[in-house]
Write a protein that binds this ligand. Structure first.
Ligand code: NAD
Ligand code: UDP
Ligand code: UDP
Length: 336
């Protein structure tokens, strides 16, 4: 006896599972330092499709080489100051040079990237209903008069200085994010990132950790910019990526500080790099650049409370990981 019964239709649950599409995520600036680590983490989830849009100003395809050709990955040469028409569910908007020597190189372009670039990504988010996260910066606090800096502090920023294209640019980007949120109901997230370091930083981008490690490996003096008592707090990149994803996935708009509260003077940093990487190098005091903030340390109580996040990797543990990557790229082996 043969059955004429049809196979059962999938239950609503299975049906919806069948049609559940992947999460399509745009990462602007995804070929850069933080962006490429974020892409690595997002690609680990098989439900994510990742699209990177980058103009390669400070980033490189090399940072993404393991994903090129992957069916869930797409790389677009695109400048965010131009409109972008694609369909996505989430936008991590990182595109912007982060190192002072690069953002000061063409300041007008930097401010366009921050303002027009963020406007375009907000227009895109509005058109497709995507959630958008902006990577803002501790530089919005300028040379802070409150220490450590909580999110409620409005900052002490020079509007006409050589850093203004970057810090005022990010401040306008934050304003745009909140205006689109209030006026158009967009789902926004703002991270205020404090100094971050790790593998894949540009070797010659002038930032202090990359400078000191490269100098130590090349046997050159570590250049501490005077007075050397200025402080920074350094967060390892994997901790930062974890914080960014938690912020995107959670319900809070921010702005939320993400950074490592461990605070060091530049002389202390130089001494640590010397001790860990090359005890033979000397430490040399050199002239500083204008408007250099004297102290910086995040207050991360909001991130702890709202995201359940705090950095796990201490400077002494992060520096050797970065050393390994710089050794490979500079071709300096351990015996040197
Ligand atoms: P990065 O320079 O390595 O990466 C920036 C990326 O953006 C690069 O790939 C670059 O090519 C791309 N880009 C620049 N202008 C663009 C444009 N107009 N169109 C498209 N792509 C463009 O810097 P990063 O350290 O990875 O920083 C990423 C983000 O985090 C930036 O928004 C930066 O402001 C922010 N941030 C970083 C730090 C830090 O310590 N690294 C601190 C605070 C904030
Ligand atoms: N935009 C974009 N991609 C889109 C939608 C908009 O790049 O999918 C750009 C658009 O070119 C505009 C900006 O985002 O310059 C702001 O768009 P919005 O719709 O908010 O403002 P309007 O176009 O009305 O000025
Ligand atoms: N700095 C330094 N030597 C260098 C490069 C930078 O002493 O070779 C100092 C710089 O004066 C600043 C701090 O390190 O006080 C951090 O500089 P960086 O450019 O890395 O980041 P930002 O100023 O954006 O925090």
């Amino acid at each position: 006896q043969t059955s004429t019964k049809q196979p059962p239709l999938p239950s609503p649950l299975r049906f919806s599972k069948f049609f559940q599409s992947n999460m399509r995520i745009l990462v602007t600036g995804g070929a850069g330092f933080i962006g490429s680590h974020l892409v690595d983490r997002l690609m680990e989830n098989e439900k994510n499709e990742v699209i990177v849009a980058d103009n390669y100003f400070t980033g490189s395809k090399d940072n993404l080489k393991k994903w090129i050709g992957h069916p869930r990955f797409e790389l677009i040469r695109h400048d965010v100051t131009e409109p972008l028409l694609i369909e996505v569910d989430q936008i991590y908007h990182l595109a912007c040079p982060a190192s002072p020597i690069f953002y000061k190189y063409n300041p007008v372009k930097t401010i366009k990237t921050n303002v027009i670039g963020t406007l375009n990504m907000l227009g895109l988010a509005k058109r497709v209903g995507a959630r958008i996260l902006l990577t803002s910066t501790s530089e919005v606090y300028g040379d802070p008069l409150v220490h450590p800096q909580p999110e409620s502090y409005w900052g002490n920023v020079n509007p006409i200085g050589v850093r203004s294209c970057y810090d005022e640019g990010k401040r306008v980007a934050e304003t745009l994010m909140f205006d689109y949120h209030r006026q158009h109901g967009l789902e926004i997230r703002i991270a205020r990132i404090f100094n971050t370091y790790g593998p894949r930083m540009n070797i010659d981008d002038g930032r202090v950790v990359s400078n000191f490690i490269a100098q130590a490996l090349r046997g050159e003096p570590l250049t501490v910019q005077s007075p050397g008592t200025q402080t920074r707090s350094f967060c390892y990149v994997s901790d930062m990526v974890d914080g960014l994803i938690r912020l995107m996935e959670g319900p809070n708009t921010g702005p939320i500080n993400l950074g490592n509260p461990g605070e060091f003077t530049m002389v202390e940093l130089a001494e640590t790099v010397k001790e860990l990487i090359n005890p033979k190098v000397e430490i040399k005091m050199v002239e500083n650049t204008p408007d250099d903030p004297r102290q910086r340390k995040p207050d991360i109580s909001q991130a702890k409370e709202l995201l359940g996040w705090e950095p796990k990797i201490k400077l002494r543990d992060g520096l050797p990981r970065m050393e390994e990557d710089f050794r490979l790229r500079l071709g300096v082996d351990k015996s040197n």
